[in-house]
Design a protein around this ligand. Structure first.
Ligand SMILES: Cc1cc2nc3c(=O)[nH]c(=O)nc-3n(C[C@H](O)[C@H](O)[C@H](O)COP(=O)(O)OP(=O)(O)OC[C@H]3O[C@@H](n4cnc5c(N)ncnc54)[C@H](O)[C@@H]3O)c2cc1C
Length: 491
């Protein structure tokens, strides 16, 4: 943008939010133009950053952006890890963090009404006071928002389902305000916003994962779950990938789990090791070997010991069919694993402690995951792509994360493809891997939950599907101010 335009936009924005909350200084803007994997890609830079404090201010900002055709990118905490919060064409970063209130925790409907700057940990600690909890993000950082998390679909909800958002309030690109679900009827946002699908269609779904391209989500009703007297995380080890997947599938079918998810050995060790062990390759190798090939957790929630005993018997009976064993560790290792299963921020840091990485995702039924893992291995071999751990030994398969996302229908399988940002050869291989992985995994049958992939995959989609995606964007945002080029190549 030309300097004159930037200065004039700055003045208008300052009238809305006050000078303290808007800036056109590079040092202020830059932190909002990055995410974990953006180091491997082109650098993007916005022209301005604004941090509104109310929904009304957001409405006014979007009206202004429409008037002066200023591109605007919503941004919460920037931990999306999928390069989805970057200012692709410059413009304005709209930071929603100041809207950080939990407006209600409803004991009857087991929901929380939250603003977009509420972090997972804030909700977790507040809900706990009322014996409720949101389902964890798994490895996800507590410091990210639950609304930005829309990009991935609401965290891993193993064995339950993906629809953690009941309804939302959105500021549309023209500044208009609306609610979804039963709150789609005016006034029902106060009277009865608790029916997820209102009036025939699930409109929450179109704002769920749209990367800010259809509007700014300003409130969400998020599901909570009761905390019972006994909340236990049962850790189970398996020897092979197939056994692990079969075990997870049967555990979900038992219908007694709050959440189930798992990691491979390299991932478990990387997260659990303390900072001294990672400095010594020999010690680290020994440490890695205390973990089973696959380690999963089955969270159970029980009213009393009688229920707990029955549940654990059922679990043991189920996993024994696949050679699974209940395992525990000692000291700091066990503490770190408990943080992992609860999705603590410190775990997120350890998750990323080796080299920056891209999470190569797949969504497939469990029986198809071993095939995908082999495809990954083949691409790595073709590209001579080497992955190591702190032991300096090469690993055959990337660190991974496995989550039954929607009961047994679709598992999220995430493989951490590391790269060394300062090494151009490593970055080149990483980019080549990415291209091939997404093409070949799609050919194999994998879907992607992140709308950012539509940029690459549009030619493979049904024309009618894209007509709706594009049509909604054109209808809601004729001036294309909302997050241009985040979801699609041209708009
Ligand atoms: C180590 C690690 C592990 C992770 N594991 C998981 C996991 O297990 N499960 C999981 O679901 N996620 C996981 N994630 C992803 C991350 O936790 C979520 O994407 C995160 O909650 C994003 O929140 P954020 O506030 O940082 O969003 P941002 O990164 O700021 O934004 C993400 C996207 O949402 C849009 N957006 C943000 N706020 C709004 C709004 N109010 N209205 C409209 N659009 C908006 C942005 O424009 C952007 O496109 C992981 C991330 C890391 C770093």
């Amino acid at each position: 943008m030309e300097e004159k335009q930037v200065k004039s936009a700055y003045k208008e924005l300052a009238k809305i939010v006050g000078e303290k909350y808007v800036s056109m200084d590079k040092e202020d803007i830059m932190p909002y133009c990055r995410d974990e994997v953006s180091q491997a890609f082109k650098t993007y830079m916005a022209d301005l950053v604004v941090a509104p404090g109310t929904v009304e201010e957001i409405r006014e900002i979007l009206r202004l952006c429409n008037k002066i055709k200023l591109p605007v990118y919503p941004y919460a905490f920037g931990v999306s890890i999928s390069s989805t919060a970057l200012p692709r064409v410059g413009g304005l970063m709209l930071v929603v963090r100041r809207l950080d209130k939990i407006l209600e925790i409803n004991d009857e409907t087991h929901t929380a009404t939250i603003e977009p700057g509420v972090t997972w940990s804030k909700l977790y600690f507040e809900a706990k006071k009322q014996n409720l909890e949101p389902l964890g993000l798994g490895g996800g950082p507590h410091s990210g928002s639950l609304i930005g998390n829309f990009v991935l679909g609401g965290g891993n909800t193993g064995g339950i389902d993906i629809n953690e958002e009941v309804a939302c309030e959105v500021v549309l690109p023209d500044g208009d305000l609306m609610w979804t679900g039963s709150a789609g009827m005016k006034g029902h946002e106060k009277l009865n916003p608790w029916c997820r699908v209102g009036y025939g269609m699930n409109l929450t779904g179109i704002f769920h994962g749209c990367l800010g391209t259809y509007g700014v989500v300003t409130k969400v009703l998020r599901r909570l779950y009761p905390l019972r007297n006994i909340e236990e995380r049962v850790q189970i080890g398996f020897d092979t990938f197939e056994d692990c997947l079969n075990g997870m599938k049967d555990l979900i079918d038992l219908g007694i789990s709050k959440q189930v998810y798992g990691v491979n050995k390299a991932q478990a060790a990387m997260i659990a090791a303390d900072s001294e062990i990672i400095k010594d390759p020999v010690e680290y190798e020994k440490y890695e070997n205390i973990f089973p090939e696959f380690l999963i957790v089955d969270k159970i929630s029980c009213y009393n010991e009688k229920q707990q005993t029955v549940y654990k018997e059922l679990i043991e009976e189920t996993i024994s069919k696949y050679g699974g064993k209940i395992v525990s560790f000692s000291g700091k290792t066990q503490d770190a694993l408990m943080e992992l299963w609860d999705g603590s921020s410190s775990v997120a840091i350890r998750y990323l402690r080796h080299n920056p990485h891209l999470m190569a995702f797949a969504m497939l039924p469990p029986s198809m995951l071993p095939g995908l893992r082999e495809i990954t291995k083949k691409i790595m071999k073709d590209l001579d792509y080497e992955l190591t751990t702190f032991s300096n030994k090469t690993i055959e398969h990337p660190r991974c994360w496995i989550t039954p996302w929607e009961r047994n229908e679709s598992y999220l399988f995430e493989q951490e493809m590391e790269f060394v940002p300062e090494d151009p050869v490593s970055v080149k291989k990483f980019l080549e891997f990415q291209k091939r992985y997404y093409q070949e995994s799609a050919k194999y049958g994998s879907s992607q939950i992140n709308a950012g992939f539509l940029k690459r995959l549009e030619p493979m989609m049904w024309p009618g599907y894209m007509k709706i995606i594009r049509g909604v964007k054109e209808l809601l945002d004729p001036n294309n101010i909302m997050a241009p080029k985040q979801m699609l190549k041209d708009i």
